[in-house]
Design a binder for this molecule. Structure first.
Ligand SMILES: NC(=O)c1ccc[n+]([C@@H]2O[C@H](COP(=O)([O-])OP(=O)(O)OC[C@H]3O[C@@H](n4cnc5c(N)ncnc54)[C@H](OP(=O)(O)O)[C@@H]3O)[C@@H](O)[C@H]2O)c1
Length: 306
């Protein structure tokens, strides 16, 4: 029986991860921010000492890119220092650590999908703080004791990411603006969670990208969603510059940060094209229209955050 600690367990990825591990083979200890704040080193240490996990899946992060830009101290404290704590404690207890990183560690200038060998060069605080987290993992953990997963634009049921909320926005609004010039790879959280499990079972370590096949702008993503939902919403495509002025967006985004999943495919872990996964999410997975999410949309929370 493998013991797994999940940090940031109440978030989108954490909730799905909880459901993919068989109870016979794994014992999951999933912690919310309130139960284990990763910036509180002493509490983290005590929890690790008690559980002595084989594996740690470190998800805890501030994921609102514009909040991070406006509050760099908090972003670095959680995304970088929190990861320093968790990586040091994991190393001390000889646990294997999995850290979820992001396509936002890249500047978006390459023009073709980023591979695991490409040099990061983040252009916003979120990306910089997550890259610092990667660096702490690299310096604190033995090479066969960590896995850094770079993923992007995750969507799934009850998530607070923009891709997760977009179906609800389409139910609520008559018209929406979406950007045409920020392009990356959507990732369906259920496939991400299953791939993480497969990588654990293959004892894979190092750095790897996970996302759905291919890439798109938010505008293309929205148009596909509208078609699947048969929604009446009017979608207006605008540039990121125009969008920033309307929604007070602070952080720059990489223009093209699609991720190559050739390495993942070479391990025989296949991801669907994003359009197919979006269809599965909307037609099969997304049955509940979350009241909280609808309320936050009514309050005006309708812009692209990550
Ligand atoms: N969402 C994406 O599109 C995306 C893309 C690339 C990479 N990632 C990475 O994937 C991971 C999981 O993302 P997600 O989509 O599941 O994000 P999420 O839904 O925002 O979940 C993150 C969780 O971390 C918690 N948290 C925040 N500060 C914490 C702290 N100091 N200690 C402990 N927990 C804390 C949050 O709690 P509160 O909500 O209460 O603050 C939240 O439950 C993150 O590391 C993120 O950087 C996400």
């Amino acid at each position: 029986m493998k013991k797994i600690i999940i940090t940031g367990g109440n978030g989108l990825v954490g909730r799905y991860l909880n459901s993919v591990f068989e109870k016979k083979k794994y014992k999951i200890f999933s912690f919310s921010k309130e139960e284990m704040n990763t910036t509180d080193r002493e509490t983290c240490y005590k929890i690790f000492k008690e559980i002595r996990p084989d594996i740690v899946i470190h998800l805890a992060a501030l994921t609102d890119v514009d909040f991070c830009e406006k509050n760099p101290e908090i972003a670095y404290k959680v995304n970088s220092e929190g990861t320093k704590n968790i990586s040091e404690i994991s190393s001390y207890f000889n646990s294997f650590i999995i850290y979820l990183s992001t396509d936002f560690v890249f500047d978006g200038k390459k023009g073709t999908p980023y591979t695991e060998k490409d040099e990061p060069n983040p252009i916003n605080v979120y990306g910089k703080s997550k890259l610092k987290g990667e660096e702490f993992i690299l310096s604190n953990c033995l090479k066969e004791k960590f896995l850094i997963i770079r993923t992007s634009r995750i969507f799934g049921k009850n998530g607070k990411s923009f891709g997760s909320k977009l179906p609800l926005i389409m139910k609520e609004k008559k018209e929406i603006f979406l950007t045409t010039d920020i392009i990356n790879s959507p990732t369906y959280v259920l496939e991400l969670a299953n791939s993480i499990k497969k990588l654990i079972e293959k004892y894979f370590y190092g750095i790897i990208n996970i996302c759905n096949n291919n890439w798109c702008s938010w505008y293309e993503f929205g148009i596909k969603m509208k078609e699947i939902l048969k929604s009446e919403i009017k979608i207006k495509g605008i540039t990121f510059e125009e969008y920033g002025k309307i929604f007070n967006v602070y952080a720059k985004r990489p223009k093209f940060s699609a991720l190559s999943i050739d390495l993942l495919n070479s391990l025989n872990i296949k991801m669907r094209p994003w359009e197919k996964s979006l269809k599965i999410f909307l037609n099969k997975d997304l049955k509940i229209w979350e009241k909280d999410a609808i309320n936050s949309i009514r309050k005006g929370d309708i812009y692209e955050k990550s």
